[in-house]
Design a protein around this ligand. Sequence first.
Ligand code: PMT
Length: 399
Amino acid sequence: MLSGKKILIGVTGSIAAYKSAYLIRSLIKLEAEVKVIMTSASCDFIAPLTLATLSKNPVAIDFVKNKEGEWENHVELGLWADLFVIAPCSANSTSKLVSGNCDNLLIATYLSARCPVWIAPAMDLDMFAHFSTQENLAQLSEKGVRIIEPTSGELASGLDGKGRMEEPEVIAELVNDFFEIKSNLKNKTILITGGPTYEAIDPVRFIGNHSSGKTGVLLADACAARGAHVILVTGPTHQRVNDPRIQVIRVQSALEMKAAVEKHWPTAKVGIFSAAVADYRPAHPATEKIKKKSDDLTIELVKNPDILAWAGQTKTSVQFLIGFALETQNEIKNAQGKFERKNLDLLVLNSLRDKGAGFGYDTNKVTFIQHNNKITNFELKEKTSIMEDILDVLEQEIQ
Ligand code: PMT
């Protein structure tokens, strides 16, 4: 059931707009609170009065609400929703979601929304198959918008093919499943570290490494999808989390990462430390840019604190700690040493000797090391799939 859940339905100009009435009815039956935004084009396909009556709320269409010139607050609507489902989503609106061309209330609300956004495309088969539409959908999906794939069948044009909006009852069921997370991780606080650290040499230069930050971000999204409260402490990265509920703390250096971890680890249930932390930092970073004077330059380095080892030392009996190890030789032996020394419950080993593994790739090849010398090898696979493997172990191991 969806009691207490606020669902915002966006309706755009498509013959499938009539299906939004059934979707709203299904959601109301599941006890959701529903509000509706329509584009003016969609009003040619279904009357706002129908959707207002079914949703039990006034329908928002324009930036101006009434003759008195009262403003329709799209920011408020965007913040109100726990989930924004645009169904049907026309080719035109799909393209505007990508470009951010907010010449109507629906797109303005989308730009203000902080909740997950889903779209159910509906259009003729050739429009759907067109590279422009496909590229738009790929971009939206990459940025975290969930695409509810259209189905195949007879279309309004009389043609037969893929482009029919998914059935409203199926969408309502997806919404219900989304909120009914059964995971053991639901509501647990998970602290994640990710990305590289940059250790300043001077205001211009730093010592860093090749971590893209992908692993940390994918871990964060995977944990959030299972209902966890996620805090991601990440070094510099261009990667973005998809789930707006994730608390992201951006840091530069190992010392900054340690300070953030010290603050949040005591109240976390689980720690997953995937960051590639620089082991050393310049002892005396220059306050001004170092000038090119002599032929050589020596930079004195001092050891950074081992953040994971600190978390292992302070770990309580109810906390679960996962570390990563990036090795280039004697992989298993070195990783087992780290597992013991850092007091871990799971160690995810990856080796730079494996093709497609480690920094930057969308894939990785990992080995899990657990208590009682348990070793599990995995084939090269998508990093997203590895995150699920890690969380599946976690689900079994924590209370
Ligand atoms: O970000 P991507 O491009 O997706 O790349 C992912 C990755 C290769 C960075 C990731 O899979 C990985 O292997 N991360 C750990 C890299 C690393 O620093 O390994 P390590 O063996 O040096 O460190 C062991 C563990 O101690 C790690 O969990 C690390 O986060 C932690 N550590 C290390 C040093 C330090 N000073 N503090 C730490 O917390």
